[in-house]
Design a protein. Structure first.
Ligand code: MG
Ligand code: MG
Length: 272
């Protein structure tokens, strides 16, 4: 059952989402060649606690860390370790923060050093597909309208859309109804409702859509070993339209990237 949130609850969720956004911004300023994911994980845990929140992922289903850090062919759920990052790596950093009874859940894929052009394009298209999907999160639409938009956009570039892992409702629990697949058919799935909040998170592979689950119970890689990209925002439906609660602004600030993608998204009028 989808649990709608009141306006007050959505503001609390925005606070949790923005703690995650700021954490990703801090990571952006530290992530580079030679740094280990375990070091970044410790920094993130301190940062989240310094902001009066708790790391959502630590202990969730037994996950041992505060960040999921998934380099290269790892799709999501990667466990931080002591291996230094290398030039050419791309890495999904997924982070959750729990405050005032609500979770934020939000992810960005970073380039380390010099990254190959085809991988840069994978990151760009995957991030664009996130906004293409969010546009469909409005009253009158259904769950698979979002997935269909993401699938069409990314498959047009020949990429593989992961089937086994999906976005989700978020709130007092990290994973709530509905599941939000990144694929699907128009007009199918649960109807969207006012006040719902979801984490939309395309997981897109450069090659095959197929994945491999490793014996550690967490690590998931692409079946062909090619890179995978992952971006995630928390989005509420307010007045029938999507309102993005998280922001990549802190990441862009730290990386010196000029982007007005979120402003542009808000400028385009929605027809409900
Ligand atoms: Mg996440
Ligand atoms: Mg999520």
């Amino acid at each position: 059952m989808i649990i709608p949130k009141t306006r007050e609850e959505i503001e609390l969720m925005r606070e949790s989402a923005l703690i995650v956004s700021k954490t990703l911004g801090m990571i952006a300023s530290e992530i580079k060649v030679g740094v280990t994911t375990l070091y970044l994980d410790k920094r993130a845990e301190e940062f989240i606690r310094d902001h009066g929140a708790e790391p959502s992922f630590l202990g969730l289903y037994g996950f041992p860390n505060s960040l999921c850090m998934s380099p290269n062919s790892q799709v999501v759920h990667g466990i931080p370790n002591n291996k230094p990052l290398e030039s050419g790596d791309v890495i999904s950093v997924d982070c959750g923060a729990y405050k005032n009874g609500f979770h934020g859940d939000h992810a960005y894929s970073f380039e380390i050093g010099e990254v190959a052009e085809d991988v840069k394009k994978l990151l760009r298209v995957t991030k664009e597909s996130l906004y293409v999907g969010i546009r469909e999160l409005k009253l009158g639409n259904r769950v698979e309208d979002v997935g269909n938009a993401i699938q069409k956009y990314t498959e047009a570039h020949g990429y593989g859309v992961v089937r086994e892992l999906v976005g989700h409702g978020v709130g007092q629990k990290m994973h709530e109804d509905p599941e939000m697949p990144n694929y699907g058919k128009r007009g199918r799935g649960k109807l969207f409702i006012e006040g719902m909040v979801v984490a939309i998170e395309p997981m897109i592979n450069l090659g095959t859509k197929n994945i491999r689950q490793h014996k550690d119970g967490w690590t998931i890689t692409t079946a062909d070993g090619k890179p995978s990209a992952h971006f995630e925002h928390d989005v509420a439906i307010i007045d029938g339209k999507p309102e993005i609660l998280s922001t990549f602004a802190y990441v862009y600030q730290a990386l010196g990237i000029v982007s007005n993608e979120e402003e542009e998204f808000r400028k385009v009028p929605f027809v409900i």
